[in-house]
Write a protein that binds this ligand. Structure first.
Ligand SMILES: Cc1ncc(C[n+]2csc(CCOP(=O)(O)OP(=O)(O)O)c2C)c(N)n1
Ligand SMILES: [Mg+2]
Length: 283
């Protein structure tokens, strides 16, 4: 079971979750599975092992550990994986998660995505300028690794090792992925206000897709032509899916959920104050 942040939408795509469903949520149209009750990229799918993304940073870390503990206590073999950003490791939830993970040897993979920035705050600030994020695990007796997060094969190897440890009931693993947030924090962020414009191009570990592509070409199992073709195919399918979702509706036109929907499916029994608000809203 994955307990992601807003940066792990790729888990859903890799797991075969329909891109059209993700786009419908972005547009908050009639086919949005959460009917506008979440922020657009905060996906959730129990079926695809993707826990609801929380806007409150770091909460998912304790939830991942608790879920893994419950799995172990009930003699199930399922494992959990949690993700957190560099900045969010300064939240107390991060430390609480590590206490419980180490005390109960929970079958959980604790991933830290160190992308160098927490919006405009450099990652060194969240670490207090000392040590590494991986080193935080050692004080709790949790095996911890620091990996080049832009090396696809290294990331796979480390993740597989940690999953194997969790499956064999050997306890938690903490992994720091060293990477770089090349774009803005969000579409409303302007990184040139707090870091040199050329920083992302000069970042030494490089673009992970380019690196993996070059590796495959060097091994003779991929080519520039096949890469260009794959990119074109993916772009065409993304554009087609976007058009499909737009045709269903956006917040400005077409079919969208009724305001009535935001009151439903949250509580098993709607509390009186929500019922009152729903009536006041005319539904
Ligand atoms: C508890 C809490 N504090 C602050 C915020 C506002 N906020 C949203 S994203 C963000 C930066 C997070 O940085 P990091 O943990 O490094 O994750 P990244 O976005 O770089 O993946 C902040 C401060 C929030 N959503 N929740
Ligand atoms: Mg960050």
């Amino acid at each position: 079971m994955n307990f992601p942040t807003y940066r792990q939408a790729g888990l859903l795509i890799a797991g075969g979750y329909p891109l059209s469903t993700m786009m419908n949520q972005i547009y908050s149209n009639e086919k949005d599975p959460v009917k506008g009750r979440q922020m657009p990229v905060m996906y959730a799918s129990q079926e695809f092992g993707f826990f609801s993304i929380s806007g409150n940073l770091a909460t998912q870390y304790v939830q991942a550990v608790g879920w893994a503990m419950a799995s172990a206590i009930s003699s199930d073999h399922k494992i959990a994986a949690g993700w957190i950003g560099d900045g969010s490791t300064a939240e107390s939830d991060f430390h609480a998660a590590l206490v419980f993970a180490s005390t109960y040897k929970a079958p959980v993979i604790l991933n830290i995505v160190n992308n160098q920035w927490a919006i405009s705050t450099f990652q060194g600030i969240a670490r207090g300028g000392a040590g590494t994020f991986a080193a935080r695990g050692l004080g709790f007796g949790i095996p911890a690794l620091r990996v080049d997060g832009n090396d696809y094969l290294a990331v796979c190897a480390v993740a597989r090792w940690a999953a194997e440890r969790a499956r064999r009931n050997l306890g938690p693993t903490l992994i720091e992925y060293v990477t770089y947030r090349a774009g803005g924090h969000s579409t409303s962020d302007d990184p040139s206000a707090y870091r040199p414009a050329e920083e992302s191009a000069a970042w030494p570990l490089g673009d992970p897709i380019l690196r993996f592509k070059n590796h495959l070409i060097a091994r003779g199992i991929w080519s520039e032509d096949r890469h260009a073709q794959a990119e074109a195919e993916i772009m065409a399918s993304v554009t087609a899916t976007q058009k499909e979702a737009e045709a269903i509706g956006t917040l400005h036109h077409g079919q969208r959920p009724s305001p009535r929907d935001m009151f439903e499916e949250v509580y098993a029994e709607m509390p009186p104050h929500l019922l009152r608000q729903r009536h006041e809203a005319g539904f």
